[in-house]
Write a protein that binds this ligand. Structure first.
Ligand SMILES: [Zn+2]
Length: 300
C-alpha cells in the first residue's frame, strides 16, 4: 500500500473500552455521527434548516423540510468526514464556511479537488475501490470507496461523481470487526453487485433513499423499493434508511402512515410516502436475515 493511502490522526491510544463500543447518531439528510472503535466520523455534513434552499446545479433547487437534530456549532470533536459527493444537501454553504479547514475529508476526486480549491487542506480523494487506512493510536479503520451512479446514463454526466463507502473497523487484535456500508446517493445499478463479493459480511448498511427527482422526472437516488433491493444484495445484519424525507426533491419518502406531514408550504406536494412499517415488511421478505432499524433525527 502506498503512503498516500494512509492517514495517521494521533498517537494517543484509544482505550480498550472505547475500541469495543459503537453508536450512530442520525442528524438528518445523510448526516450521521458514527462512533466506532475509538473513531468519531461525520458523514455528508448538512446543517441547513427547514425552509432553506439548496442549489443542485443546472438551475435545480430544493427546499429543506426538516431541521437537523444538532446545530453545526454543537458538533462534538470529529476525527474525519466521509463525503459521498459535492451537492449542497450533503456539504452545505454553512459547513463550507464554518467547518475546520484542517479536518480530513475522505471523498471523490471531484469533490476533493473542489474542497482543496476552497481551502480545505486535508481532502483525501479515493477512486472506486481505492482504500484509505486511518490510524489513531493503535486503532485502525479502512475506508474503501464503492461504486455509485447519481443518475441514469447521460444524466450521470450532468451530476457530480458520487461514491459509496465501506468502513472496516478493526478490533484490538487487528481483525476486521465491524463493517459499515454507506450507499451514497446512488441508484441501483450493476456495479453494486461487486460489493457483497468483496465484503460478504456487512454489519450495518446506511441507505440513502428518498427517490430524489431531477427536473421532477428523472430519479437520481434510490426509492424505498430500490433500497430493499440493495438490502437483498448486500444482506447486512442491520439496515438503517437515511436521506429519506428531508428535501422537497425527495419524491419517494419514508414516513409515519398515521401521521401524514402537515404541509402549510406545499413542500410535500407530489411526494409519495411509504410507511416505515411497509418498508420493514418488504425488507424482511427480501432479506429475512436483515433487521431494519428506523432512526429518527436525533436518535442514537
Ligand atoms: Zn442527496
Amino acid at each position: 500500500m502506498n503512503a498516500a493511502n494512509e492517514l495517521s490522526l494521533s498517537d494517543t491510544d484509544v482505550s480498550a473500552a472505547d475500541r469495543a463500543q459503537g453508536s450512530i447518531l442520525f442528524v438528518g439528510t445523510a448526516t450521521v455521527i458514527l462512533r466506532y472503535a475509538g473513531f468519531t466520523i461525520l458523514t455528508d455534513p448538512n446543517f441547513l434548516h427547514r425552509g432553506d434552499h439548496v442549489h443542485l446545479g443546472h438551475g435545480m433547487t430544493a427546499t429543506r423540510r426538516t431541521d437537523p437534530a444538532l446545530e453545526l456549532e454543537a458538533l462534538p470533536p470529529v476525527d474525519l468526514v466521509v463525503l459521498s459527493h459535492m451537492h449542497e444537501d450533503h456539504f452545505d454553504r454553512e459547513v463550507e464556511r464554518k467547518l475546520d479547514r484542517g479536518l480530513p475529508i475522505v471523498t471523490t476526486p471531484h469533490a476533493a479537488a473542489d474542497l482543496t480549491s476552497k481551502g480545505f487542506r486535508a481532502a483525501k480523494a479515493l477512486s472506486t475501490w481505492e482504500t484509505l487506512t486511518v490510524t489513531k493510536g493503535g486503532a485502525r479503520v479502512r475506508i474503501t470507496s464503492t461504486p455509485g451512479a447519481h443518475g441514469p446514463g447521460f444524466l450521470a454526466k450532468m451530476l457530480p461523481d458520487v461514491m459509496g463507502s465501506l468502513l472496516e473497523f478493526e478490533n484490538a487484535r487487528g481483525e476486521s470487526a465491524f463493517r459499515i456500508y454507506i450507499t451514497g446517493d446512488t441508484l441501483l445499478f450493476d456495479e453494486l453487485k461487486e460489493i457483497p463479493r468483496r465484503f460478504p459480511d456487512i454489519n450495518l448498511a446506511l441507505l440513502h433513499l428518498g427517490g430524489t427527482m431531477f427536473f421532477g422526472v428523472l430519479m437520481v437516488t434510490m426509492d424505498p423499493r430500490q433500497g430493499v433491493e440493495v438490502i437483498r444484495l448486500v444482506k447486512p445484519k442491520t439496515a438503517i434508511p437515511i436521506h429519506y424525507d428531508d428535501y422537497s426533491a425527495f419524491q419517494w419518502a419514508l414516513g409515519d402512515a398515521d401521521h401524514p406531514p402537515d404541509d402549510p408550504h406545499g413542500w410535500w406536494r407530489g411526494t409519495n410516502v411509504m410507511s416505515f412499517e411497509e418498508f420493514i415488511a418488504m425488507a424482511k421478505y427480501a432479506a429475512p436475515g436483515t433487521e431494519v432499524q428506523i432512526l429518527r433525527r436525533g436518535e442514537t
